[in-house]
Every structure is written in C-alpha cells, then in structure tokens.
Ligand binder design. Sequence first.
Ligand SMILES: NC(=O)c1ccc[n+]([C@@H]2O[C@H](COP(=O)([O-])OP(=O)(O)OC[C@H]3O[C@@H](n4cnc5c(N)ncnc54)[C@H](OP(=O)(O)O)[C@@H]3O)[C@@H](O)[C@H]2O)c1
Length: 318
Amino acid sequence: MNKDSKIYVAGHRGLVGSAIMRKLEAEGYQKLVSRMHAELDLTDQKVVDAFFAKERPEYVFLAAAKVGGILANSTYPAEFIRDNLLIQTNVIDSAYRHGAKKLEFLGSSCIYPKHAPQPMMEEHLLTGPLEPTNEWYAIAKIAGIKTCQAYRDQYGFDAISLMPTNLYGPGDNFDLQNSHVLPALIRKFHEAKENDDSEVTVWGTGSPKREFLHVDDLADAAVFLMNEYSDREFVNVGVGEDLSIRELAEAIKEVVGFEGGLVFDTSKPDGTPRKLLDVSRLRSLGWEAKIHLEDGLRTTYSWYLENATKSGEAPIRS
Ligand SMILES: NC(=O)c1ccc[n+]([C@@H]2O[C@H](COP(=O)([O-])OP(=O)(O)OC[C@H]3O[C@@H](n4cnc5c(N)ncnc54)[C@H](OP(=O)(O)O)[C@@H]3O)[C@@H](O)[C@H]2O)c1
C-alpha cells in the first residue's frame, strides 16, 4: 500500500475495524474509505456492489461481521451463519469485480476443531468436529477462508486470511449479556469495587487456558501482512502464550484494585479446556506481538473508566 492508496475498512467502528483505522491514520495513509452499518448494510448484495462500483477501493480490510459471545451464538444461530456468509461473500466478490488489488479477510480461532492439538496450527483446520456453541459462526468463517482461496485460484485475486486469537482493548463490548470473558471481568471487578462487594464470582472452574492479543497489536499485524504477505494459506495471529482464567481474573483484580475475594461458580460452563494458536508461520514472516497483557489490561481499564457510563450500559464507541 502507498500512503495515497484508496483503502476501505469494512466494520470501521468495531473493536478490530476501529483499531485498524487508528493504525492506518497513525502511519499516514490518506485515503481511508468507511461506511456505517446504517449507511451500508453489507448483507445486501446490490448496495454493496453499487458502493464498490462508486468507490473502487484498491485495498480492503474485511473487519465487519456479526460477532457475539456463547449466549448470542446459541440464541441467534441462523443470523450468525447467514449474516456472516452474506457479508464476506458480498465484499469479497464486489472487491474482486471492481478491481481491488488486495483484500484481507479476518476470521477467528474458533474455526479450529474443539479438541484440536494445542497449540493449534493452520493445518489443523477441518480435522475434527467444531465447538457446538459457536459452530454457525465458525462454519461461516471457514467458508470465508475457502472463498478467498477460491478467488485466488480461479481469478488470481490477491485475497489473504488472518485468524486472530481472542482480542481485547479499547472499543471492546462490556455488555455482560454478550461480551467476551476479559471485558466482562473488568466490568465485574470495577462494579464490585464501586459497590464495596466482598467478592466477585467468576464463571467456571478457573482452569481453562486462554490466549489474549491486544487489538492494537492485531491492527499492526493486519497492516504488516497487507503489505508483506500474499499467499493462499491463512495465517494465525496471536501471542503464542496463554494463561488460565484464574490467572486472568487475578491480574484484572490487581489492575482494578479490588481487595475482596474471588469465587468460582463451577455450575457454569468452562468451554474448551485450552485454545492456544501456533504462531510460527507469523513469526517466520518477521512479526511478533509487542503489548504485554499487564500493560494492555491497564490501558483497557483506563479506556473503560473514560468511556463507561454509570448505568452500566456498554461504553459508547468513539
Ligand atoms: N473480538 C474478538 O475477540 C475477535 C477475535 C478474533 C477475530 N475477530 C474477528 O474480527 C472481526 C471483527 O470483530 P470485532 O470484534 O471487531 O466485532 P465488532 O466489534 O462487533 O465489529 C463488527 C463491526 O461490523 C459491523 N457490522 C456488522 N454487521 C454489519 C452489516 N450487516 N453491515 C455493515 N456493518 C456491519 C458492526 O457495525 P454495528 O455495530 O453498527 O452493527 C461493527 O462495527 C470479525 O471478523 C471477527 O471474527 C474478533
């Protein structure tokens, strides 16, 4: 990409899309194109094609998707598979048809089999059954990887795919009904401190292990790979190390400054025992995560305090 290349970021107000916008602006990219969901519904093939015919972006970051936690996935399975299939197919097809040079598709580490060997390597894709609670979303994301490979094989379209691990950071969703574990714990400890509670309850046994990548690191990798990587094989994007939910809860308790106790509600589901990405392919390309979890938790909590409303609603995205 040149600094005056025309770049479209789909989903620019989301956790990932807003981080990619920040990164591109910080690196001096001038011609950034974006549309709000209300202005451009990416599930509508006609309006998507009209948008690409008009704007003709050279580079596309596909960070728009219907995203949610376990509860949302199991409550709205049809919407999760339909909307994600429509969004990615419309954007990939129209980007190709209207002469884009390159597209970067963002999937997620939930594409891997529930009992994949750990750490999960790219070649473990489609080697076993998926985690049932988010299979609709995972199937759509796997179809996205295959769509990029198919457009490359048939048309020579330079579409690449990234599979990030669990992300966190500014712009995250702190709504306890459908947020991921890390933002949910930040809010729970913050509110417990505010209310002088004696303890915080964490779902599950605390023993599952998870990997967390700061979204600004992801944005750095996304721009790096858009500039440096062109291949049909997708790339895992992660830190390459994980920690238990108990260790994460203790780290967040420390950052928030909550002095009460920790209780584990073992009646709640643990989910998969471990979910760690193998990042040797990414490392071999010369990229490594830079933001340590402790530092990332501190800056994310500061962002939460600046943006969280007293009513407990999810913070308003800037
Ligand atoms: N969050 C994670 O931990 C994580 C981890 C790995 C990979 N990823 C991947 O990163 C990508 C982005 O996820 P995210 O966490 O940034 O999600 P997010 O914060 O929910 O952002 C998604 C964005 O897409 C927009 N969008 C959704 N449906 C749309 C539609 N029909 N038309 C136009 N815009 C639409 C949303 O706009 P509205 O909010 O206005 O609907 C939102 O701005 C996804 O592909 C996801 O798989 C995320």
